[in-house]
Design a protein around this ligand. Structure first.
Ligand code: BGP
Length: 473
């Protein structure tokens, strides 16, 4: 029942969600710094201005992570800290900050797993069209190279992008993330293609530097399953997976796009501009991509929409991940099911769906190296006599680690698991109320840190290499 010695037990965060210090030491403004100023875009209009002040408390936080026995820490670099306006001068103080984080991790033997883009784009680039502008591709590759050169001697795992479907989907279809545009499928597909091109070019640049590390990207992994055996709903399942899985993984792992989706994009006038040199970069980078990261929270249960799709007004509330929305193309809807379990935020709890999804992925792509780069339970943790008793989180992570072990035993190549999140942090659309961490942050008392029940539990699981997990009998 033990995980192998090389398997990494980790936890994750993202810069905007923990750092704060949004204008300190030369950092430039990001698209998020601006977007959150629009009333109603975030829960109770929360912003990342202070977040959990990790910028000033990183030593304390990493010391706690080390005490928890964390073997690896996934964090992101804020592009506007490194290159404040996106393309110009490099900000040495930004480089210094991440050097400190990396060195602090290494001093405890924690493997740094670095995400280059976890959604905070330099504002200047957003103003010029963000990910729909091909100039952003070059800007990203330049930024990535600066990071490889500054950190690549010690960082051996780089994730280029986090969850393209989320920042592009929310950015150009739901209007819930910057740049806040709604119902523009053509822009959405252009943005995704530009991101894949930027990934491919960054992979090529990384391999050229011969730093002998691994590079890949992370997707949110929400496999679609039909609500029943009805042939229409089964069609919806395949359709949803073509758009939600194959559109995202094929260009990275195979270097091209799924014909099924291309045909529909052609028919509906949504085809992005794909330059020949980008096509070439995708083909050349695909075999060099070292892993894919999967952020798994929940599967999606789908049902075909026959006839006219209902109109749902876009809002923050219906962009927070709970089922109940029609798909952007009006072909199917996601639904809650009576026999399933859900979190307080309406996300399905399904370790079984995780295993099924991993099998599906193996069928599609064969023996690909994978890391689970996010998985966790968003909850309002109970505090009993001063102790944070996050037992539901323990159960959630237990069951998902058991699912990971099962998939590994079936031959899925998973090399590590990163719980979301190492510490309580700012949820993009749900403020501070939705907690995920092993470490509690007391917003009433000076952002004091406190170990939760799950902190001690995860430590024991890491120590036993998973042997003490509660496996079903
Ligand atoms: C993922 C993001 C994370 C984190 C997580 C939880 O999509 O990569 O940054 O936010 O979801 O989401 P939420 O805070 O909305 O519950």
């Amino acid at each position: 029942m033990k995980f192998s010695n090389s398997f990494l037990f980790g936890a994750a965060t993202a810069a905007y969600q923990i750092e704060g210090a949004i204008d300190k030491d030369g950092k430039g403004p990001s698209n998020w710094d601006e977007f959150v100023k629009i009333p109603g875009k975030t829960f109770e209009n929360t912003t990342g201005e202070l977040a959990v002040d990790h910028y000033h408390r990183y030593k304390e936080d990493i010391r706690l992570m080390a005490e928890m026995g964390l073997e690896s820490y996934r964090f992101s670099i804020a592009w506007p800290r490194i290159i404040p306006n996106g393309t110009g001068e490099v900000n040495q103080k930004g480089i210094d900050f991440y050097n400190s984080i990396i060195d602090e991790c290494l001093s405890y033997g924690i493997v740094p797993f670095v995400t280059l883009y976890h959604w905070d784009l330099p504002l200047e680039l957003e103003k010029q069209g963000g990910w729909t502008n091909k100039a952003t591709i070059d800007a990203f590759v330049h930024y990535a190279k600066v990071c490889f050169e500054a950190f690549g001697d010690r960082v051996k795992h780089f994730i280029t992008f986090n969850e393209t479907v989320v920042f592009c989907g929310h950015g150009y279809l739901a209007g819930a993330h910057p740049p806040g545009i709604k119902d523009e499928p053509k822009l959405y597909f252009q943005a995704t293609h530009n991101v894949f091109s930027a990934h491919a070019k960054a992979v090529l640049a990384y391999k050229e530097l011969k730093q002998y590390g691994d590079i890949g990207l992370s997707h949110v992994f929400s496999p679609a399953f039909s609500v029943d055996d009805n042939v229409e709903n089964k069609w919806a399942e395949r359709h949803a997976n073509q758009f939600g899985i194959n559109w995202y993984y094929d260009p990275i792992l195979k270097g091209n796009y799924p014909d099924y989706v291309l045909k529909i994009l052609e028919d509906r006038g949504w085809m992005p501009e794909i330059l020949e040199e980008e096509r070439l970069a995708l083909t050349q980078a695909a075999p060099l991509n070292d892993f894919i990261g999967l952020n798994y929270y929940q599967p999606v249960r789908v049902e075909r929409i026959l006839g006219q799709a209902e109109h749902v007004e876009h809002s923050r509330e219906n962009a927070t991940g709970a089922p109940g929305n029609p798909s952007f193309d009006g072909e199917y809807r996601s639904v809650s099911m009576k026999d399933k379990r859900y979190t307080k935020w309406g996300w399905e709890i399904s370790p079984e769906g995780f295993v099924d999804g991993l099998r599906l992925l193996k069928d599609y792509y064969g023996d690909v190296t994978m890391y689970i780069t996010e998985n966790g339970l968003g909850d309002e943790d109970p505090i009993i006599e001063g102790e944070v008793c996050d037992i539901p989180r323990i159960n959630f992570i237990n069951d998902h680690l058991v699912a990971v072990k099962k998939a590994i035993d079936e031959g899925v190549n998973i090399q590590g698991y990163y719980a979301w999140s190492a510490i309580d942090l700012l949820s993009w659309l749900n403020g501070y109320k939705k907690q995920y961490g092993f470490i509690y942050v007391d917003h009433q008392h000076n952002l004091d840190r406190k170990k939760k029940a799950s902190f001690h539990w995860y430590k024991s699981i890491i120590e036993s290499r998973g042997e003490t997990l509660n496996y079903p009998t």
